[in-house]
Design a protein around this ligand. Structure first.
Ligand code: R5P
Length: 259
């Protein structure tokens, strides 16, 4: 692997632990001003330095993030449809030049396996990888799940493997039973998305399970920024991911911060 690619990946996945805590705040690219991200600058500013990497669109990066940040940036570069339309109808919306100008350490896009536009989104991933590799820019593929899709190891394993086969350097997917099977079949690092907000202790347990089953960390949004203590939650998630802290210990970190 070339220096540039390795160096960018090391900004995202910390070499000391081989893990990452990515903070996902890209939800507005199809959801608009989501709960917790209405005033993205206000909510996210205190959290940025606690994350290893921020997963964000170029618009929010430009307007709402301090350029002096030492946190790595992974840029969401796909989009198109809003929550009112057909979500799988995505295309690449942000150029590689823009990603380089913004000093991104990675770029990310969604694929919609088993859904309308499956083939186009996977071809888009291939095209993005073709360009990104020229500049040693790692591509994170996100396995988007339609409302009717089964969230099981068979389906997520299929989607993650296709992402890796198409050239993604990292894959983001959701937690499921037998998550280790998803990781086993995917030769590039897998990070877990948090999904809908659940009670804090459950989110910590899910993170601990995912890491134990081989995840390289998380790219988590709502379970952090919609928590009653976003700082407490990101600190607790970090403890689980980087230190292998127990769920009880991590929950205590969250609780203390809340007080
Ligand atoms: C979807 O909007 C994005 O890919 C999110 O970055 C991803 O779902 C992670 O965020 P959350 O933990 O809120 O699911």
């Amino acid at each position: 692997m070339d220096f540039g690619m390795k160096n960018r990946l090391s900004r995202i996945i910390k070499p000391k632990t081989g893990k990452t805590v990515m903070l996902a705040v890209d939800h507005g690219y199809f959801q608009g001003p989501t709960t917790g991200l209405r005033d993205i600058k206000k909510t996210i500013s205190p959290l940025v330095s606690h994350a290893d990497c921020l997963f964000i669109t170029r618009g929010m990066l430009r307007t709402s993030i301090n350029p002096g940040t030492e946190t790595a940036i992974c840029l969401r570069v796909s989009g198109g449809p809003s929550i009112l339309g057909e979500l799988s109808n995505e295309d690449i919306t942000t150029s590689m030049e823009e990603a380089l100008r913004l000093n991104a350490s990675g770029v990310g896009m969604s694929i919609f396996v088993g859904q309308e536009n499956e083939d186009r989104t996977i071809s888009n991933l291939g095209r993005l990888v073709n360009i990104a590799e020229r500049y040693n820019m790692p591509v994170l593929a996100i396995t988007a799940i339609g409302r009717d899709m089964a969230r099981d190891a068979r389906y997520l394993g299929l989607a993650c493997r296709i992402a890796a086969e198409t050239g993604a350097r990292m894959v983001k997917t959701y937690y499921c039973e037998d998550f280790y099977k998803v990781v086993e079949g995917c030769p590039v690092p897998v990070v877990m998305a948090g999904g809908k907000k659940i009670p804090e202790k459950e989110a910590l347990q899910m993170t601990a399970n995912a890491v134990k089953e081989g995840a390289s960390g998380v790219d988590m949004g709502r379970n952090i920024f919609q928590s009653d203590s976003p700082i407490g939650m990101i600190k607790a998630i970090k403890a689980v991911v980087h230190r292998g802290a127990s769920v009880d210990e991590a929950y205590e970190i969250y609780n203390k911060s809340k007080k």
